[in-house]
Write a protein that binds this ligand. Structure first.
Ligand SMILES: *Cc1c(COP(=O)(O)O)cnc(C)c1O
Length: 432
């Protein structure tokens, strides 16, 4: 696609070279812009709500490194404590008090978490939680929802949302059927389907895992009755309820979706925000379940760099910043202003759109809505989304390059940033 208003010559050169060096030129598929048939931008630095590419263009960023940058990129206080920790070394491979500090913060914040284990990514957290679910219940089957993403482990690569949906891979080659046979699928927000699965697989289901607010099939909110129903059903059947809050944790509320909706799962996975921009994941939950993890118990899980001092430091400072009064009110305000503005402009320019927000997470579909699950989300106008994405990019607005991704706001986004974004959207929407 031709860029009319910005020059991205260096980006193009670097990305061309990258394609010979790394599969598709990237280290994570969605970065390749395949679903919008676009040319990925190569970046040089980030600060606050902005991201600068190698050609010197500045963009207002609504990806925020896919979630971690909730306080704004490279927050000065985060950078300052990282410098201090860096002087003491980059990795101990042994206990440090920083782990206690972040663990206590997570336990205090997230209703379901009484004990926590830190890992290095959300994928790792979800893999570990799956093993734990199975060990605790002595059962092998799990239920997941269409369009929910729980990292790239074999068991979860069934109807797995954005990355996979974007590339139109219904499933990935290399994932054994014997593994995914144990992964049962239901549509999001459909309690009846879950009930049926439990009845068809009596005493065989270890648990149910979900994104309590979906961000990997576009932004989809849960019915409260659905979340409550899952809590009751799992209890009734001796199965565990797991909230994958890798994206929603500390983003839609300080205590995540479980705080927001008042439904407490047995186990929770975290990532993204709790690393403050460094690689971190975590899983935690009920003491009796977490006590099964090695070396307290026999469920093995380990990591050379887990609890890394730099990652813990960035996480601690990020959570401290988020504890300041008014944080979530501001995220809510800025997200609402953006979404409502976009809905209004779309209506005035004659486009059918559907959108919503909670806290620092939002979404916009080129679709009449309502959107309750992945099937609804898939009916969106992807061609129109691609045009919108490209138009916004050319006007300095950096949006996730897929209709099936949520948008993220941050404490660094100002009223003026929102006004600029809406002005760009008005221009683009009146042309496409
Ligand atoms: C991002 C994400 C993951 C995977 O985390 P990585 O750190 O990318 O491995 C898992 N679950 C959800 C809900 C996510 O959004």
């Amino acid at each position: 696609m031709v860029n009319t208003t910005i020059r991205t010559t260096k980006s193009e050169q670097i990305f061309t070279a990258a394609q010979k060096l790394m599969p598709g030129g990237v280290n994570s598929p969605v970065r390749a812009f395949k679903s919008v048939q676009g040319q990925p931008i190569v970046f040089e630095r980030v600060k606050g709500a902005y991201i600068w590419d190698v050609d010197g263009n500045r963009y207002i960023d609504y990806i925020g490194s896919w979630g971690p940058a909730i306080c704004g990129h490279a927050h000065p206080e985060v950078i300052a404590v990282l410098h201090e920790t860096l002087e003491k070394g980059t990795s101990f491979g042994a206990p440090s008090v920083l782990e206690n500090v972040l663990a206590e913060m997570v336990i205090d914040a997230v209703p379901s978490i009484e004990m926590v284990r830190f890992v290095n990514s959300g994928t790792e957290a979800c893999m570990a939680v799956l093993r734990l679910m199975r060990a605790f219940t002595g059962r092998e089957k799990i239920i997941k929802f269409e369009g929910c993403y729980h990292g790239h482990a074999d068991n979860f690569l069934v109807k797995a949302g954005s990355g996979v949906a974007t590339l139109s891979l219904p499933d990935s080659p290399g994932v054994p059927k014997s593994v995914t046979n144990n992964t049962l699928i239901a549509p999001f927000n459909d309690l009846t389907a879950v009930k049926a699965l439990f009845e068809e697989n009596l005493n065989e289901i270890a648990g149910v895992i979900l994104e309590p607010v979906v961000g990997n099939a576009g932004f989809i909110t849960p019915n409260l009755e659905f979340l409550k129903g899952l809590r009751e059903l799992t209890q009734e059947h001796g199965a565990l309820l797991v909230f994958d809050e890798v994206m929603t944790g500390f983003r839609i509320a300080y205590g995540g979706a479980q705080e927001k909706f008042g439904v407490t799962p047995d186990l929770t996975t975290l990532g993204k925000v709790i690393g403050g921009g460094l690689p971190v994941g975590a899983y935690g939950g009920r003491l009796d379940i977490m006590s099964m993890v090695a070396p307290a118990g026999s469920v093995y899980q380990a990591g050379t760099l887990s609890g890394n001092p730099l990652a813990m430091t960035a996480g601690i400072k990020t959570l401290e910043l988020l504890q300041q009064p008014g944080t979530y009110e501001y995220l809510e305000h800025i997200s609402k202003k953006l979404v409502n503005g976009l809905l209004q402009i779309a209506e005035e320019t004659g486009h059918a759109v559907y959108g919503g927000h909670i806290g620092g997470m939002l979404g916009l579909f080129f679709n009449e809505g309502p959107i309750r699950n992945y099937q609804d989300s898939k009916k969106s106008d992807l061609v129109k989304f691609s045009r919108f994405h490209q138009g916004m990019l050319e006007r300095g607005i950096y949006l996730a390059p897929s209709q099936f991704e949520a948008w993220f706001s941050s404490l660094a986004h100002t009223e003026d940033d929102i006004a600029q974004t809406l002005a760009a959207a008005r221009d683009v929407l009146s042309r496409i």
